[in-house]
Design a binder for this molecule. Structure first.
Ligand SMILES: NC(=O)c1ccc[n+]([C@@H]2O[C@H](COP(=O)([O-])OP(=O)(O)OC[C@H]3O[C@@H](n4cnc5c(N)ncnc54)[C@H](OP(=O)(O)O)[C@@H]3O)[C@@H](O)[C@H]2O)c1
Length: 341
């Protein structure tokens, strides 16, 4: 039992101004549970939407937000095997989705809404729903994996089955897209990436992108990517922009190619011309993060290839508001992390 452990709770109503520091007791782990001392947490765009009330306006409050983090096991409940005190583990984004296809019940077990999240110093977690942190990663790096990296891996590898030589188009340089860049390069694909910032595009080039397009200077980036891909179009688009980018993605993709529908950075609603989708047999594949099994596959590959997640900036635990504002500003490249003292 931990008598006094710090956390943040969204209390009363939505909005970052209602995120309050609290101190609470945390019980000893019960059967099948681990007690984690959280070491680092990472932010996703979803966390901003959740806190703002835009993700699920019916989410009951109070809520401890955030889905992603890495913790050190400080106590092990009865019946837990294969995980020891002192090991570093990451709770899965959806703690009820261990393997297989998504199901409604599994998708209702996501952390940071509807279930309590990781913005806390100590947390009880089912031992079956964690993955061990790859040894080569720092705490800050390991904390970035559960949502954004798993989503990118699920899109490109598990569902997308990309092959060496495939051409992949990525949108922007946020968390999901930079993981997608690292994963696509690892898989031997050629990568095109867009950004509002030429300086960020330079950094993407250093990570292995072949074609970089500033989408502010070149609004018809979809056509440019198609020309780059021999006029036929790219094999795969990782679509994180939503309403404002889906038309560009449809221009860029080749007949028979895949668009992984992942994000809504520029809105959720857009009238779509359906004919190109059917006339060119384009596959629109929705992606929702992924199971524990997908997370474990990703960690094995990152460990083997020694892939280092890109951490843009870290903030201390008492600067949660500043960290959220930094993510909201869009100034970041890769992931924003909170270190838990
Ligand atoms: N379906 C899922 O399972 C899943 C999982 C994770 C995330 N998501 C969603 O995917 C999206 C990205 O999440 P994230 O956490 O990676 O976000 P993020 O790190 O906050 O990404 C922000 C970056 O996206 C780029 N961006 C913003 N608007 C854009 C636009 N109109 N066109 C192209 N790029 C744009 C900007 O990059 P530049 O500064 O380079 O322009 C911005 O800095 C969000 O909508 C999130 O909710 C979905």
């Amino acid at each position: 039992m931990i008598e006094a452990s710090r956390a943040y709770e969204l209390q009363g109503s939505f909005g970052a101004q209602n995120l309050r520091p609290i101190t609470r007791a945390v019980a000893a782990p019960g059967p099948g549970e681990l007690l984690l001392r959280m070491r680092a947490l990472s932010l996703n765009y979803r966390d901003l939407m959740m806190i703002d009330g835009a993700y699920n306006p019916r989410q009951p409050l109070p809520l401890v937000p955030l889905s992603d983090g890495v913790g050190e096991v400080v106590a092990v409940g009865p019946g837990v095997e294969g995980i020891a005190v002192g090991e570093r583990v990451m709770p899965c984004f959806a703690e009820g989705w261990l393997e297989g296809p998504p199901e409604r019940a599994k998708l209702a077990t996501t952390l940071g809404g509807p279930l309590p999240g990781v913005l806390c110093e100590h947390r009880l977690t089912p031992a079956r729903a964690v993955v061990k942190a790859p040894a080569h990663l720092s705490d800050a790096e390991a904390a970035t994996l559960p949502c954004a990296a798993v989503t990118a891996w699920h899109a490109l590898i598990t569902e997308g089955k990309i092959k060496p030589g495939d051409r992949v188009l990525l949108e922007g340089t946020g968390g999901v897209s930079i993981f997608a860049l690292q994963i696509a390069v690892m898989a031997g694909a050629e990568v095109a990436i867009t950004s509002s910032s030429s300086a960020k595009l330079e950094r993407a080039r250093a990570l292995g992108a072949s074609l970089t397009i500033n989408y502010r200077e070149e609004p018809d980036w979809g056509r440019r990517a198609r020309a780059w891909a021999g006029g036929e179009g790219v094999d795969h688009v990782v679509e994180v922009g939503g309403a404002g980018t889906i038309e560009g993605a449809l221009k860029a993709v080749r007949p028979g190619g895949t668009i992984s529908v992942i994000g809504v950075l520029s809105g959720v609603r857009q009238p779509l011309l359906l004919t190109p989708i059917l006339m060119q047999q384009i596959r629109l594949q929705g992606i929702i993060v992924g199971s524990r099994a997908i997370f474990a596959d990703l960690c094995r590959a990152f460990g083997h290839q020694r892939i280092q997640p890109v951490v843009d900036r870290t903030f201390p635990f008492d600067q949660v508001q500043q960290a959220l504002e930094h993510l909201r500003s869009g100034a970041h490249f890769g992931k924003v992390v909170i270190e838990v003292g």
